[in-house]
Ligand binder design. Structure first.
Ligand SMILES: NC(=O)c1ccc[n+]([C@@H]2O[C@H](COP(=O)([O-])OP(=O)(O)OC[C@H]3O[C@@H](n4cnc5c(N)ncnc54)[C@H](O)[C@@H]3O)[C@@H](O)[C@H]2O)c1
Length: 260
């Protein structure tokens, strides 16, 4: 018996990093997982990993900002899995810019994926969950949803938005038996940091490879940045019936980087 036997769970941005670790963890606990990503080849690769280990998974290809594509893939998923029990709104990205140089284009691009898409994908999941009378929405926030960082201003704003959307979703959907929570990683060693490291060096904010992740990790009480696997236990709790009475909350899983 797994903790998630036959639960239908979609994770967006599951072709890499945190999402990839989550879908592998959920499949090990018996869930039927939808591996949704902008990059279809990455999603297929993760599905192959899961099925090779004996799990059940389907690749879903969509940009989380595209309502028609999301609706189509969520429908295809429920036809395959039978139902949608849990949606993890996890896809996100950052493109740092110095505070005084942030452009409207940079703001709009980040807020569209990290903010708007969380709300829109939640609406699309709710269409499927409301008739079931149950469901869980889980959003990936960040320590940048608790603190504003000057090189990450739109990103921080987008993650504060995630926390607000989490509270609003919890209040809007409780009467349908649907809960909503988010979790906030601090520094997690994923390809997102490879891109950040390069961008911050090009901006002149750092001068050598890995300086950004090392300096951002310096105040983590646990003494090291997380590997994606270190977040899986909390994700399992949020996806399973263990968290049925929890809603509207943002859980910090940051090794004690931000205390709030
Ligand atoms: N890595 C960290 O230190 C860290 C810390 C806090 C929060 N987060 C958040 O965790 C989430 C996952 O980050 P990660 O570190 O695993 O990053 P990652 O870059 O390793 O993976 C992100 C995945 O999302 C996909 N994606 C990006 N934009 C998409 C879109 N528009 N539609 C569909 N898929 C899209 C990418 O193709 C990629 O596979 C993000 O929301 C990020 O903001 C990461």
């Amino acid at each position: 018996m797994g903790r998630l036997d036959n639960k239908g769970i979609i994770v967006t941005g599951a072709g890499s990093g945190i999402g990839r670790a989550f879908v592998n963890g959920f499949a090990r606990e018996g869930a039927k997982v939808g591996v949704l990503d902008l990059d279809p080849a990455a999603a297929e690769k993760v599905v192959a990993e899961i099925t090779a280990a004996g799990g059940q998974a389907i690749a879903l290809a969509a940009n989380v900002t595209d309502r028609d594509a999301i609706r189509g893939e969520f429908t295809r998923f429920t036809e395959w899995a039978g139902r949608l029990d849990v949606l993890f709104n996890n896809a996100g990205f950052n493109k740092p810019m110095p505070f005084l140089e942030v452009t409207e284009e940079n703001w709009n691009a980040i807020l569209r994926v990290n903010g708007w898409a969380v709300l829109m994908c939640t609406q699309e999941a709710a269409r499927l969950m409301i008739p079931q009378g149950s469901g869980k929405i889980i959003n990936t926030s960040s320590v940048a949803g608790r603190q504003g960082y000057p090189d990450f201003t739109p990103y921080s704003a987008s993650k504060f938005a995630v926390n607000a959307i989490t509270q609003a979703t919890a209040r809007a959907l409780a009467k349908h038996g649907i809960t909503c929570n988010s979790f906030s990683p601090g520094v997690v060693v994923t390809p997102l940091w490879d891109a950040l490291d390069k961008d911050l060096m090009e901006m002149g904010a750092t001068s050598k490879p890995k300086e950004s992740i090392d300096s951002f990790s310096a105040d983590i009480l646990m003494g090291h940045p997380a590997e994606p696997e270190e977040l899986v236990g909390t994700a399992l709790y949020l996806a399973s019936s263990d968290s049925d009475y929890l809603t509207g909350q943002t859980i910090m899983i940051d090794g004690g980087k931000v205390l709030i």
